[in-house]
Design a protein around this ligand. Structure first.
Ligand SMILES: [Zn+2]
Length: 162
């Protein structure tokens, strides 16, 4: 009969937080909406890293509409800290940053290669070819730039098709 109204008078099963803390899950339990009983690992890692009273304090200080996002963030950060006790999610951020740097370098190299191929093709097909060092556009294309890459690719395609 009371199935739809959820936890009442502590009769129904407590939330994951209260279950782990071995306390009574009150009707206005701050944890209950975000730590359902069927996902005990979420609160376990957050409790291990931040401490239940800190999580409680943080949630109390936030407006209700921001608590869900805060819990998602805390769970993510806690899991990252469990996986990597030294760096936590900073380790993930810096590893992604390294990937970005590496991919930017690869992109710049690819753009330089495209510019080089374009220049070679141009000088071998053009009747009025100028010496390579006289082309002002070649040096510009070596600079990595997001807008230039499309431009140079289009130039290569049009040159190959003619
Ligand atoms: Zn509770």
């Amino acid at each position: 009969m009371k199935e739809m109204s959820g936890r009442k008078q502590g009769v129904a099963s407590p939330c994951a937080a209260c279950k782990l803390l071995r306390r009574r899950c009150s009707q206005d339990c701050v944890f209950a909406p975000y730590f359902p009983a069927d996902q005990p690992h979420k609160f376990a890692s957050v409790h291990k890293v931040f401490g239940a009273s800190n999580v409680n304090k943080m949630l109390q200080e936030l407006p209700v509409e921001q608590r869900g996002d805060a819990v998602s963030s805390m769970v993510y950060e806690a899991n990252a800290r469990v996986r990597d006790p030294v760096y936590g999610c900073v380790g993930a951020i810096s590893s992604l940053q390294q990937q970005i740097d590496l991919l930017r370098t690869q992109l710049a190299l690819a753009q330089a290669e495209v510019a080089h191929m374009r220049m070679r093709h141009f000088s071998s097909t053009s009747m009025s070819s100028q010496p390579e060092n006289a082309s002002p556009s070649s040096s510009k294309l070596l600079i990595p730039s997001q807008t230039k890459s499309f431009f140079s690719m289009d130039m290569v395609d049009s040159l190959w098709s003619c």
